[in-house]
Design a protein around this ligand. Structure first.
Ligand SMILES: C[S@@+](CC[C@H](N)C(=O)[O-])C[C@H]1O[C@@H](n2cnc3c(N)ncnc32)[C@H](O)[C@@H]1O
Length: 283
């Protein structure tokens, strides 16, 4: 958020109030989503107008009024000011994404992680993205490597539809296969033994799907396992994350090649990703 906005909010809010709004601000395309504490809700219009007046690229402001929740990982939004629409276009790593911020999960805060995984992909890989959302990882990967093929699964039909649209927008529709369905079912029915690499970007529940991820792999392959870890510090989050990854893959021959703390998602809750090399011979 521009520093200037802090000053503008300062003219309508106390310093403490400004800090509260300042720390929770997401801009996705031209839509701004803020978290407004209950006691500041009477001032929501003032806040939203200050944002619209100062962030030139912002066309709409919404308040997030529920946590990200449910299987589809979406949040309830309340329209405050500007244009009352939830569809926007977001640009990242030379890719364009059509996003519906009300009907689908989307976080601009995972951009570095998307690029990190895309950079690891080798030629001619088959990749299965089990929890693809609007296709962010799938499209960034397919665009970065012209020889790979990505199966892009999501159970939310609104997300899956946008995934298909985004593959076309970025001209990778010939190598991104969009599938709407439950990842475990889809893998069991049609993708067992196919993947060199599997992505599991559903940190709240990835552990439940580890068997499906391993089933999707060729004899050997890499799983990008995401998890949420409770810890007192980032360093502890990394250590506990490593342990969590080993636990999740305990019944398979595996090696954790790398572990990374992506971000703090709540007070003392860290999102981690582990790159796990798995030999799937011992199902
Ligand atoms: C945290 S979001 C990640 C989306 C995307 N990878 C991203 O980073 O933008 C998790 C996604 O998993 C989907 N999902 C949840 N359970 C699923 C399941 N059993 N099978 C397939 N997709 C599922 C949700 O609809 C949601 O879009």
């Amino acid at each position: 958020m521009p520093h200037m906005l802090k000053q503008v909010l300062g003219s309508v809010l106390t310093p403490e109030e400004t800090a509260q709004v300042y720390s929770a601000f997401d801009q996705i395309g031209d839509i701004v989503i803020i978290k407004i504490p209950d006691e500041l809700m009477p001032k929501k219009k003032l806040i939203a107008d200050a944002i619209l007046a100062n962030v030139k690229t912002a066309k709409a402001v919404f308040a997030q009024v529920s946590p990200v929740r449910g299987d589809f990982r979406v949040r309830d939004l309340e329209f405050i000011a500007g244009e009352n629409r939830t569809v926007t276009e977001y640009k990242e790593h030379g890719c364009r994404f059509k996003v519906d911020v009300a009907k689908t999960y989307f976080s601009p805060r995972l951009s570095t992680e998307r690029q990190r995984i895309a950079d690891m992909v080798g030629d001619n890989e088959t990749i299965i993205n089990m929890f693809a959302g609007v296709g962010t990882y799938s499209v960034v990967i397919a665009k970065a490597n012209k020889t790979c093929k990505v199966y892009s699964i999501d159970s939310n039909s609104a997300a899956s539809e946008l995934d298909g649209i985004n593959a076309k927008l970025n001209k990778v529709q010939d190598r991104v296969v969009t599938i709407c369905g439950d990842a475990a079912e889809v893998i069991k029915d049609r993708l067992a033994g196919r993947a060199d690499r599997v992505l599991m970007p559903l940190p709240e529940r990835a552990k439940e799907f580890v068997d499906s991820a391993v089933l999707a792999l060729k004899e050997k392959g890499i799983v990008h396992y995401f998890a949420h870890i409770k810890a007192d510090s980032k360093k502890a989050g990394q250590e506990l994350g490593l342990q969590d990854a080993h636990d999740a893959f305990a019944k398979y021959d595996h090696q954790v090649l790398a572990i990374r703390v992506i971000r703090e998602v709540g007070p003392r809750i860290y999102q981690i990703v582990a790159d796990v090399l798995v030999s799937s011979r011992h199902h």
